[in-house]
Ligand binder design. Structure first.
Ligand code: CMC
Length: 427
């Protein structure tokens, strides 16, 4: 990083010299750290112009719609790699050699089962509980089972925890589904690939051998890759913030799952399908576009817009292509895809969406693929959480492996000034 200077001038104060860092890619960053000693804070609600950390994992150029993991484009990774290879890349910084990959995959497979007692946690939930509610609880509970790997200062513990989380998330996610539909939990099968095994645990039963379509397993794997990481988004920042207090990684990931659940973040894929159901027919699109533009109406076009992308989300382009492939392969004629394509076409030519640079994001198409695979809407965000676990753990590990401070933002206080307490009988 090369260093430049910025001078901050504030009325009645001495000029403050601030360092300006030039990253390997992207915009310069002003280091406002020295303001602490000057009794000044920066004010940036929603962190729209704040870099919360230094990171080497993922780079996004929102203006041109570029996403790189450790320097490799998401398009190349989605077409030429597989999810576990991307996990290795995110965690270790480089693509694995053939031997490294074999060892990584076999280690993950050795950790796919969950503690047998964990299944009793599920029974404490109502069958109609939202699977994300179950995920928050069950993943948080992992720290009660695997406390032999929660010494965050021990790199070996951190590595085992990463492996355990990546390996067990599909098992935990599929158990959420099986519990909801009242079917027996399926044990993982280590002769299958990561995505095949997930589909086996989702749709297999003890009564017959699961038949896993290679096309669906490939589509699933691509969905996992496309959601694997996305730099300092709300859930990843939550994981970092929770981790900065020294909390154990399972608790941090549970915090990330909670942050992901909201419809502005990971919950959007579920919201897109609900929205397409609500719109119902191509003839209603104009009405819903008008609602999305109306400031008095809380309705938003779900799957549109992004804090960082002011261009087409590159993940959405890959997902759009994948969506067509899957539906063609399955011979499914999904009217929702037709509706989605028309909605996209109309929104992209509308001056409101053009001016505000609102383009389809990753979630716009993922729901259509997941529905075609037979995954219920309520499981969509769970699949996002499963895929994003590697990103969360890579960022958590990056933070813990380097010098860091507890995350503790300050505020612009606009409440009451100091006043005397008034006893209840005098108020
Ligand atoms: N429909 C209609 N108007 C929108 C939409 C939308 N989907 N998204 C943003 N706008 C408008 C917004 O009203 C605002 O208008 P104005 O400037 O007149 O006040 C302007 O565009 C800027 O939006 P913002 O809400 O200030 O932008 P943000 O960066 O705070 O929010 C967002 C980004 C993703 C939360 C938002 O675009 C949104 O809620 N989209 C729908 C939900 C969604 O698809 N989320 C998935 C994000 S991608 C997956 C992930 O990474 O989690």
């Amino acid at each position: 990083m090369t260093e430049k200077k910025a001078i901050l001038k504030v009325d009645g104060r001495e000029d403050i010299a601030l360092s300006v860092y030039s990253p390997s890619l992207g915009q310069d960053v002003v280091d406002v750290g020295p303001l602490t000693g000057s009794q000044l804070f920066t004010f940036d609600p929603g962190f729209t112009s704040t870099a919360s950390c230094e990171s080497k994992i993922t780079y996004i150029d929102g203006e041109v719609g570029k996403l790189l993991h450790r320097g490799y484009s998401i398009e190349e990774l989605a077409s030429q790699s597989d999810y576990l290879e991307v996990c290795f890349l995110l965690l270790h910084g480089e693509l694995p050699s053939a031997e490294e990959k074999e060892l990584f995959v076999s280690t993950i497979k050795n950790h796919t089962m969950v503690h047998e007692q964990l299944q009793f946690f599920y029974r404490g939930f109502r069958r109609d509980a939202h699977p994300m509610a179950v995920m928050c609880g069950v993943v948080g509970a992992l720290s009660a089972f695997y406390h032999d790997s929660t010494d965050i200062k021990n790199p070996k513990h951190r590595e085992i925890t990463a492996m355990r989380l990546i390996a067990k998330m599909p098992t935990i996610a599929a158990m959420c589904y099986k519990y909801a539909v009242g079917q027996p939990f399926m044990y993982p099968r280590n002769d299958l690939s990561y995505s095949e095994n997930f589909l086996h645990m989702m749709f297999g039963t003890p009564c017959e051998e699961s038949k896993i379509s290679p096309t669906l397993a490939k589509a699933m794997d691509r969905i996992f890759i496309l959601h694997a990481d996305h730099e300092q988004n709300a859930s990843t920042s939550t994981v970092r913030l929770a981790g900065s207090s020294g909390a154990n990684p399972f608790a941090c990931i549970a915090a990330g799952i909670s942050a992901l659940w909201g419809p502005a973040h990971g919950g959007a894929n579920e919201a897109v399908l609900n929205m397409l159901d609500e719109i119902g027919d191509v003839s209603n699109i104009e009405k819903y576009i008008a609602k999305a533009k109306d400031k008095q109406d809380p309705f938003k076009l779900m799957g549109f817009g992004h804090r960082v992308y002011k261009n087409y989300d590159p993940r959405a382009s890959v997902m759009r292509e994948s969506c067509h492939e899957v539906l063609k392969e399955l011979g499914v004629n999904d009217p929702k895809l037709e509706l989605a394509l028309k909605l996209e076409e109309i929104a992209l030519s509308d001056p409101y969406f053009k001016e505000k640079k609102l383009f389809p994001n990753v979630d716009f198409y993922s729901g259509i693929i997941l529905s075609a695979i037979g995954i219920p809407t309520s499981m969509f965000t769970v699949i996002f959480a499963l895929s994003r676990t590697v990103g969360w753990i890579a960022h958590w590990n990056e933070m813990i492996s380097n010098p860091y401070k507890i995350g503790r933002p300050r505020q612009l206080y606009t409440g009451a000034t100091e006043r005397s307490f008034i006893p209840a009988d005098k108020r």
